[in-house]
Design a protein around this ligand. Structure first.
Ligand SMILES: NC(=O)c1ccc[n+]([C@@H]2O[C@H](COP(=O)([O-])OP(=O)(O)OC[C@H]3O[C@@H](n4cnc5c(N)ncnc54)[C@H](O)[C@@H]3O)[C@@H](O)[C@H]2O)c1
Length: 264
């Protein structure tokens, strides 16, 4: 049976679209879950809040080293060890919010913000939360979230004709840098803590349907062999498997879950 019974799992970005969906699935599968996010019920007090017996939240900005050190110490004090982590946090620009992200116009400020959350944040998560897993005598499992756009380039024609405002919108270059970079981080960790039986893997989700306009949806569906976008719950079982002992020999893998989008 694939389950997370008796496992303590940290989810970063568990208040977002995919993290929020996964969080309940992990709890149902038997895990004790600690959600680190900017969006928590008790923002900014930096304490662990027990929402239920199996669900805890802590405000955490993963780009702030002092903040994450404090949070890592709180987790160690309360839970003593961690078995796994999934990092969902990243800036995920949507087609209707992406004017001014053409390469020629994109500000260095936006580039820095995107890399700060997606790569520097992931680095700090590995440095402090990953370290707690590396100290677990049973080892553990780390999963980073990339994207189909961590495997292929964005097809910018998808974003061309949404609304007059975003006519020239592009998926920003920073998204490719982050999503390809996350794969590098995960492969690094797959060898770095291998002796401690810490496994590290990446999933690459395809685009999730979340009310995008029909024009965009039709265009992207035509590029997906299964002919549809993902549902937000279609990554949960892979994540549970990767965090569970059932995937004990899976390490350094990059797993597309994209309806076949990156297959052609
Ligand atoms: N939604 C999709 O279609 C899709 C497709 C492919 C890949 N992905 C990837 O999946 C992951 C989750 O996507 P999503 O759609 O759920 O995104 P989302 O924006 O809904 O969720 C991201 C979460 O991260 C949190 N976060 C952001 N910055 C943070 C910080 N500095 N510290 C702590 N938490 C922070 C946000 O508060 C939010 O709860 C992302 O890495 C995204 O790139 C998403």
């Amino acid at each position: 049976m694939i389950n997370l019974k008796n496992k303590i799992i940290v989810i970063i970005g568990g208040s977002g679209l995919l993290g929020g969906e996964f969080l309940y699935s992990a709890i149902e599968s038997g895990a004790k879950v600690i959600n680190l996010d900017l969006e928590t019920q008790n923002k900014n007090d930096k304490k662990i809040h027990s929402i239920s017996d199996n669900y805890f939240e802590i405000y955490c900005d993963i780009t702030n080293e002092k903040n994450i050190i404090k949070v890592a110490n709180l987790i160690k004090e309360k839970f003593l060890y961690i078995d796994g982590l999934v990092n969902f946090a990243s800036i995920n620009p949507q087609p209707d919010q992406i004017s001014n992200t053409q390469l020629e116009n994109m500000s260095i400020g936006q580039w820095i913000v995107d890399l700060n959350v997606g790569l520097t944040g992931a680095f700090l998560v590995l440095k402090y939360i990953g370290k707690i897993i590396s100290e677990n005598k049973n080892g553990g499992s780390i999963v980073l979230i990339s994207s189909d756009l961590g495997i292929i380039a964005p097809d910018q024609r998808l974003y061309e004709t949404n609304t007059p405002d975003t006519k020239d919108g592009k998926k920003p270059i920073s998204y490719s840098a982050v999503k390809f970079g996350v794969i590098g981080l995960s492969k690094y960790i797959a060898t770095y803590w291998a002796e401690k039986n810490v496994r590290s893997n990446v999933i690459c989700p395809g685009g999730v349907f979340n009310g995008q306009n029909i024009e965009f949806t039709k265009k992207i569906e035509a590029r997906i062999p299964l002919g549809r976008m993902a549902r937000k719950d279609e990554f949960n079982s892979a994540l549970i498997w990767l965090l569970s002992d059932s995937s004990s020999y899976v390490n350094g893998a990059v797993i597309p879950i994209d309806g076949g989008r990156t297959a052609w």
